[in-house]
Design a protein around this ligand. Structure first.
Ligand code: A3P
Length: 291
């Protein structure tokens, strides 16, 4: 017996989460100007990072005269002042007070693992989420890439449904942020695909930034980000995942190529069970352009 690759990955991720959560509670005081990008893995984190970074850069070029930002070389993983909150787990001494405002953090931690002050400090939190079927398929591909083996989709699916995923259970993750949606901006991957300009406009408004939306959408398109990442070559994200693995297919509904009707039904039943009474349901992922 022993642990499967997935279980090993999940256990080590959860252990990192506990350490990170404690370190953040000890070392992090949110400023009202802070921006926190939160997500469950594989729901569009990289895209949201690139968009936010692009919005801020364009916005600052409107208000200040600092020019010559190299917008063609946008790298959502390395852009300053992005910082993975989870990094505190490994490097609690990193001095975040030296980062210039607005400081942008990103995290896969569930809301209840973040300090309470995140809800009260006036900092801005944006949560991106995605249909569980496409999220799962994206995660399964990542496992296969990362472990270099073909993991059975049924086995991976069962672990996902049981809540054994690197950020803990999907349904609870989404629900916590959903229930805080009066304070948290809630965005779906499907919103972004179906209506990128409108969604970017909403994000910019939430951040108090004046921008030209069309430019930003183009700058952060799947092709553009993937190509930039390719040109950069061999970079590796702190989590051990190669940068280019963050760009796979970038579409809505790829689950149809991988999941059976029964598996979809299981996800629908889980969503009913776990989200009942909250007003949250899978219809939030039904966007016209995705049909
Ligand atoms: P797929 O595996 O379905 O292609 P994360 O950044 O949270 O790890 O999510 C990765 C998923 O987002 C992958 O989904 C990836 O291809 C997709 N993605 C990354 N950048 C994107 C973009 N600019 N537009 C659309 N999808 C993007």
């Amino acid at each position: 017996g022993g642990y499967s690759d997935i279980q090993r990955e999940v256990l080590s991720a959860l252990q990192d989460f506990i350490i990170a959560s404690e370190a953040i509670r000890a070392h992090y005081t949110p400023l009202p100007s802070d921006i926190i990008l939160a997500s469950f893995p594989k729901t569009g984190t990289t895209w949201l990072k690139a968009l936010t970074s692009s919005i801020l850069r364009h916005s600052s070029t409107l208000t200040s005269s600092s020019s010559s930002n190299d917008l063609d070389n946008l790298n959502p993983h390395e852009v300053v002042p992005f910082l993975e909150i989870e990094m505190f787990g490994e490097n609690p001494l990193k001095d975040i007070t030296e980062i210039s405002s607005p400081r942008v953090f990103s995290t896969h931690l569930p809301l209840s693992f973040l300090p309470e002050t995140v809800k009260t400090s006036g900092c801005r939190v944006i949560y991106i989420t995605r249909h569980p079927a496409d999220t799962f398929v994206s995660l399964w591909h990542l496992y296969n890439n990362k472990f270099g083996t073909e993991i059975s989709i049924r086995q991976a699916f069962d672990e996902f449904c049981k809540g054994l995923a690197p950020a803990g259970p999907y349904f609870e993750h989404v629900l916590e942020f959903w229930e805080a949606r009066d304070r948290v901006m809630f965005v779906t991957y499907e919103d972004l695909k179906a209506n990128p300009e409108e969604t970017v406009r909403r994000i910019a408004e939430f951040l108090g930034c004046k921008i030209i939306v069309e430019k930003i959408v183009k700058e952060c398109s799947f092709e553009k980000l993937r190509n930039t990442s390719k040109e950069r070559g061999e970079g590796v994200h702190w989590s051990g995942t190669k940068y280019d693995m963050f760009f796979r297919k970038g579409v809505v509904g790829d689950w149809k190529n991988h999941l059976t009707q029964e598996m979809m039904k299981e996800l629908e039943d889980l969503a009913d069970l776990k989200w009942r009474g909250s007003g949250l349901d899978l219809n939030i992922f039904n966007k016209s352009a995705s049909q």
